[in-house]
Ligand binder design. Sequence first.
Ligand code: UDX
Ligand code: ADP
Length: 466
Amino acid sequence: MPKIQKICCVGAGYVGGPTMSVIAQKNPHIQITVVDLNEARIKAWNDKDLTKLPIYEPGLDAVVAEARGRNLFFDTDVDKAIDEADMIFISVNTPTKTYGKGKGMAADLKYIELCARQIARVAKTNKIVVEKSTLPVRTAQAIKRILDQTGNGVEFEILSNPEFLAEGTAIQDLMNPDRVLIGGDQTEKGQKAIQELVDIYGAWVPRERILTTNVWSSELSKLTANAFLAQRVSSINAISELCEVSGADVNEVSRAIGTDSRVGSKFLKASVGFGGSCFQKDILNLVYIAKTYGLDAVADYWEQVIIMNDHQKRRFAEKIVTTLFNTVNDKKIAFLGWAFKKDTNDTRESAAIYVANDLIEEEANIHVYDPKVTEQQMLSDLDYLNTRNSEANQNHLTVHQDPYITLKDAHGIAVLTEWDEFKTYDWQRIYDNMQKPAFVFDGRNILDRKELEKIGFEVYTIGKGE
Ligand code: UDX
Ligand code: ADP
């Protein structure tokens, strides 16, 4: 097969968009077309005004500015881009199934299958197909069967190249990855395909950081990496509850254990619970796969990470209710942050959604300020939980553009996302305009508790005992 000249990426989302932008920036000789069925999304990727890109990710605008129109293109013509490409990345969404067998647990592979069938229908020349979306183990095999049995007799090599970028630091993670993982068949053709992709990453990633494996190891490694990271967060969150009742401080415990080089310091921040599109989905996939193989003990072990996370979100909401004298009925509760972490406009599985939902069950009025998330997104997040109808959600949710208006007259303030700007607010002014006693519930451990207490606030911090 000749050297790769044209790449097509199906799916212009949080993974496809930033990843292709960086690959294009670093490989100016390769023409890359990112396609999506969603016309509005493609239009936004092509917007001259770089603040209108559909994804907020620090540093992304500069990369797009450099490569777009040179060798990076965003388009809605999926068939044409597939037809012309030597290599096709599949970066479509793989949400958790909301129906049927494996509901709430297995990944919904509908979009992957549709995408594979589309490639099979359109392709007239040999192609390397790279799975980039997070997928359960052995999906590559399913993709291969669809391609081989419904295609036009052309040859497909399937590679697994899982994404390890974290949102909010995606560009940094892509520019300087700990490792790039590429799984492929152990056949000669498989190895050749692996080498093509190694060369693309090799344009900027040192060769020793590019790991090659068989396809299933690669797929499983992705799920395992996220399960281990999420497990650390659930572990420290479990300890946060113990700290609160025993008088310890989880920050001190984190620092003490994190300095043990065998443990390491990362992913030990206690929080209101992890969110994001990967952690929960990947663990659920792992649990589902283990169950499918009859490995119940393995399944139960990993499921506990999710159970702990659900508990953490719920107990935060309960803490707000009990502190506010056991009722939040008709009270104004102000949220700082809705995104699942700072520096992203992504809200998938954000703890804020679940906390808001529990408080709305208690008939609270939620007022939210998030620097990057739209009102429409927040409402659709609540509607997605299907706890009550959309009108009821709208009646209980008010979204503001100004943080001070959001916080004015509130009975309690809950910090749900660790946006840096929250630390710079005029907290005296906020205190003066609040209902008294003025409560702050810091779900992210970011505010200076002593300073707030000096002003007069009553502060609850995750993981800090009295
Ligand atoms: C994750 C993985 O890190 C990434 O490698 C993978 O490719 C996709 O999934 P992402 O979901 O973007 O990335 O964010 P991440 O930084 O991992 O955070 C996930 C959640 O855990 C966030 O809600 C974050 O706030 C929370 N978290 C993280 C904590 O609560 N405490 C921590 O110490 C770290
Ligand atoms: P991720 O975080 O995995 O990137 P997103 O939901 O942000 O997930 O992005 C996935 C994108 O894939 C969406 O914009 C969706 O419209 C697109 N998509 C899904 N199926 C197809 C398809 N068959 N052809 C083109 N685009 C698709």
